[in-house]
Design a protein around this ligand. Structure first.
Ligand code: NAP
Length: 484
């Protein structure tokens, strides 16, 4: 549409990035489709090819405000570096003539005692990310999966495939929201114990010196009626469990918009208005309707932040397309005419977003320096030459948070050991795709990052972080001559 677009947010933070298989997206079919993250990567590639600019991955939007520039109402978005739990004060502001909120939803928790201390150690909500921790030791581990939706079913299949010993499936009703065919397949798995209708009433773990438990030992469950612990149930029981995956749905991620004045319903969902701006209209001058408009003029919404019914990658994408069309129609018929420094009339529209991104980067971001290479990186000879010349080579994309995590893990040795900076190759280019294909042929890994140490691929972000955590990375770097 020739609009200048700046995208803010981590491309790997959404629940889709933890989806191993994406089976219900038309045209994205086949066992090798790369799952949710593959779909995200392909979409990012496509968006950047058509000129979308991406704010650096560590930046999150923390609020939006209406502002005026030369008498025109604009949307100001505040950005901060950090994580959702550790945000610094607003560090950057960007201005848009229109805004699409697509901040998704956040996984629900049960909020039982000790949940916080166990979270990330024994309690999880991503089987793809954390399931393998329960598949070692000759698969004697026992885990629980809680919830009756498709995400729970998917987690069970994955844990089963990984080789987890026993999987307890706990659901508060006898009926399941999940696809019935898949529920039937779960019932056939010999290592799955089904507890329904049951609810979790306690995380059981040993207290040490009166402090909260750090390891789960079991889960106390009680019989349920209408989704709640049955008041008549006199007994409960403890199932021994090493870990649990809470797949109990999610809540729209709108907390960061609380101060914006946007209408938000009691379950945190953004309220959409078909004809939100009635001022000055009459029968001869009807205003266009916008199915994705929020209560603030020029602000549109798509996906689970405004939808608790359909919640599919496909429906969210469709809403994204509608929101983009609405934003374009809004700008065409009703949008502000801006002639400030923030717009560049007459220039390529893409420059607006580019300038805003550069401004954020210039102000706040320690950029990953991507190096030029003097041979053709789409060939295996060139890749072999590069990975044998430098002790550590990272094939990366500047907007990819997994790449940043891998680099952080590598750089964690810098101060203590005099670690040599990795040689970073940015593949966020059109030719990058071809290099990725070549890397896939050579290493079986098509996605970024692809981290090479001493000429060998050690994996992506998760693998690099894991090797750092278990202490193997330092040894590998030492052998490769990257640290003294
Ligand atoms: P969901 O469909 O909302 O299911 C959440 C489940 O958790 C429900 O069974 C719900 O029980 C239960 N639950 C909610 N709060 C609970 C609580 N406090 N205590 C105990 N149980 C609780 O969520 P989801 O499985 O995350 O799926 C979200 C969306 O993504 C859905 O549209 C789903 O189809 C889609 N999805 C698709 C795929 C795929 O196509 N590959 C994979 C995963 C997810 P009730 O049934 O009693 O409400």
């Amino acid at each position: 549409m020739g609009m200048s677009v700046l995208v803010v947010g981590s491309p790997s933070a959404g629940s889709l990035s933890g989806t191993e298989r994406l089976d219900n997206f038309p045209s994205f079919f086949g066992s090798n489709n790369g799952g949710g993250q593959g779909w995200i990567d392909a979409s990012l590639e496509q968006a950047s090819f058509y000129g979308a600019e991406f704010a650096p991955p560590l930046f999150m939007a923390t609020g939006i405000f209406k502002t005026t520039v030369e008498q025109n109402a604009l949307i100001e978005v505040h950005l901060s570096a950090g994580t959702s739990t550790e945000l610094s004060a607003p560090e950057s502001r960007v201005l848009g003539k229109s805004l699409i909120v697509a901040s998704g939803s956040v996984p629900r928790k049960l909020d039982l005692p000790h949940e916080a201390s166990l979270w990330g150690r024994s309690l999880h909500n991503c089987a793809l990310c954390d399931g393998d921790a329960y598949a070692h030791d000759g698969s004697k581990k026992s885990v629980a999966v809680i919830g009756g939706g498709n995400a729970a079913v998917e987690a069970i299949f994955l844990l089963h495939k990984l080789g987890v010993g026993v999987i307890h499936w706990i659901h508060r009703r006898e009926e399941y929201r999940a696809n019935q065919i898949e529920v039937g397949k779960v019932r056939q798995l010999s290592n799955v114990e089904i507890w329904a209708p049951f609810v979790v009433v306690e995380w059981v773990g040993a207290m040490k010196d009166n402090t909260a438990p750090l390891e789960l030992e079991g889960i106390r469950i009680a019989g349920a009626r209408n989704g709640q612990a049955d008041a008549d149930a006199t007994s409960s029981l403890v199932i021994p469990c090493d870990g649990a995956f809470l797949m109990i749905g999610s809540t729209p991620n709108s907390e960061w918009l609380a101060a914006s004045g946007l209408e938000i319903d009691p379950i945190s969902k953004l309220i959409l208005r078909l004809t939100p701006f009635s001022e000055g209209t009459n029968i001869n001058n009807p205003i266009p309707t916008f199915s994705t408009s929020t209560s603030i003029q020029g602000v549109f919404a798509a996906g689970e932040v405004a939808d608790d019914t359909y919640r599919q990658a496909l429906t969210a994408s469709s809403e994204g397309a509608k929101a983009a069309i609405d934003a374009q129609r809004y700008l065409r018929f009703m949008g502000p005419e801006v002639t400030s420094q923030h717009s560049s009339p007459g220039k390529d529209k893409r420059n607006d977003a580019k300038q805003q991104r550069q401004m954020i980067e210039h102000n706040h971001l320690e950029q990953v320096v991507a190096r030029p290479v003097d041979c053709d990186l789409t060939t295996s000879d060139c890749i072999k030459h590069v990975i044998s010349t430098y002790p550590v080579v990272v094939f990366s994309k500047y907007f990819c948070p997994h790449c940043r995590r891998a680099l952080e893990a590598l750089r964690s040795f810098s101060e203590r050991t005099g670690f040599t900076e990795p040689f970073v190759i940015d593949l966020a280019t059109v030719d990058g795709m071809k290099t990725q294909e070549q890397l896939a042929t050579m290493t079986g890994r098509r996605t970024v990052p692809n981290v090479f140490v001493g000429g060998n691929s050690i994996g992506g972000g998760d693998e690099t972080v894991h090797l750092q955590k278990v202490g193997t990375l330092e040894e590998l770097l030492r052998k490769a001559g990257a640290i003294l």
